[in-house]
Design a protein around this ligand. Structure first.
Ligand code: UDP
Length: 433
């Protein structure tokens, strides 16, 4: 199969951890990798957001990344990208019209969905969509802080009706598509996100701590928070939880993520806000901002931690808990979105209500007091992600959906063909008579 993955703002080549670079970048990179390893040809189409980017880069054998010119070749926040999407669509159409025949488009996020919808209309290529986040869910939680144009919702509604299949990432995503967008459940397929076993696996905790060079003592109770630093991730909630822990617990909270490797408030304003929260509740001596880290450095952060905590207000899927579990680290997560599906409460970690620092503190104390339980939870998490959430499995599930869409298309084409050529005409009847 020749598959086009469209991901307008999230390039598989850029490092994750900044404001607009996270799970979607990882998803596109990993799905492309696994599809190519399974023998398919993958073209990723992403917006050119730096003047040095070539028109096309070979990411790995079987995967080409096209930098599509649309608007100025610089970073534009995703909330302001919609106006450049017509230019993106025109360039994408040129590329696919003149290149080898593309069998299927997999669009990521609503703006890429819009491109796919137009490519289907002009070139007849079927498409599936993974929304990664839904406008109405975001609006429910972010209210006036949601900077996306209102048109996003109309676009999503149209895609829900028009796409050949909708990929929901977890049961909550599926439920939201039906509840908020009136999606036909028969056209939804649930395919989760994954982790890469080449990147994440268990490592000796003390060795990992030594490698980090952060002056962590063997007895320190290390709590890890890792991901994009945006308010909805609820990092302030984790910071506040420290104030509810007894001082006898030698807690150290490591916060990985931000726009660049240096954790300063200039580049990542959220760091300034979080520092102020730590000061307000008197825990600044226990909070360490690490900055954004490249993929190869993440494993030792997860492995060095006693526990991984993520307490967003809402979460379409949430890849980071899978990565933590793959490294054998128990997870405390808020009981929202995909986290309810990936973290098994009481088995691989704990689920807590969002925006509830005391509940986080109770779980932290419990795990600190029961290191054997924490170890068992880490092991259970490792087993769970290895059996359910590898990118190889995810990609196979996606290939099944692609196959289904193409088969349906072929059947429709055949029916159309039979209809046109084989249906007895009046002339046939008159000949018989
Ligand atoms: N990430 C990273 N470096 C960082 C911080 C985060 O590579 O410094 C990665 C993290 O490992 C994960 C992704 O960014 O793979 C975040 O994905 P998730 O689904 O958890 O959140 P999203 O960004 O989609 O909201």
């Amino acid at each position: 199969m020749r598959i086009a993955l469209i991901s307008e703002h999230a390039s598989p080549l850029s490092g994750a951890g900044g404001v607009d670079a996270g799970g979607q970048n990882v998803y596109v990179a990993q799905v492309a990798r696994c599809l190519a390893q399974a023998g398919h040809q993958v073209d990723v189409l992403t917006r050119r957001d730096h003047p040095d980017q070539p028109a096309m880069t070979v990411m790995r054998p079987g995967v080409r990344v096209f930098h599509i010119p649309a608007g100025p070749a610089c970073f534009i926040p995703k909330e302001r990208l919609l106006p450049v999407m017509p230019a993106f669509t025109r360039a994408a159409e040129q590329l696919l019209r003149h290149g080898p025949r593309c069998d299927l488009v997999h669009a990521n996020f609503f703006m890429s969905g819009l491109v796919a919808q137009q490519l289907k209309a002009s070139l007849g290529i079927p498409y599936v969509v993974t929304f990664h986040a839904l406008g109405l869910v975001r609006r429910e939680h972010q209210g006036a802080a949601d900077g996306f144009p209102g048109m996003r919702i109309d676009i999503e509604r149209k895609l829900v009706d028009d796409a050949d299949a909708l990929i929901a990432e977890c049961p909550q995503d599926e439920h939201d598509l039906v509840r908020l967008y009136n999606a036909d459940p028969a056209r939804i397929r649930m395919v989760p996100c994954g982790f890469d076993a080449g990147e994440f696996g268990p490592q000796h905790r003390l060795r990992a701590r030594a490698e980090l060079g952060l002056d962590l003592a063997p007895d320190d109770f290390v709590i890890l928070q890792l991901g994009r630093l945006v308010p909805r991730k609820g990092v302030d909630n984790v910071i506040r939880s420290l104030a509810h822990l007894p001082r006898s617990i030698p807690a150290r909270l490591l916060i990985v993520g931000g726009d660049g490797p240096i954790p300063d408030a200039q580049r990542t304003p959220e760091i300034g806000r979080l520092r102020a929260v730590a000061q307000e509740v008197g825990v600044e001596d226990r909070v360490h901002f690490i900055g954004q880290r490249p993929r190869e450095a993440l494993r030792r952060h997860y492995a060095a931690a006693n526990v991984f905590v993520t307490t967003p207000w809402y979460e379409p899927f949430g890849i980071t808990p899978l990565e933590a579990m793959a490294c054998g680290t128990p997870v405390i997560a808020s009981a929202v979105g995909g986290l309810q599906y990936t973290v098994t409460d009481g088995v691989t970690g704990h689920l807590v209500p969002p925006k509830d620092p005391e509940a986080v503190a109770q779980c932290l104390s419990h795990l600190h007091a029961n290191p054997r339980l924490a170890l068992a939870m880490g092991r259970a998490g490792m087993r769970r992600v290895r059996s359910l959430f590898t990118w190889e499995r995810v990609s196979q599930m996606l290939l099944d959906v692609y196959g289904e869409v193409l088969d349906t298309g072929r059947r429709a084409e055949l029916a159309h063909h039979i209809d046109l050529h084989d249906r007895p005409t009046l002339k046939d009847f008159s000949a018989v008579n």
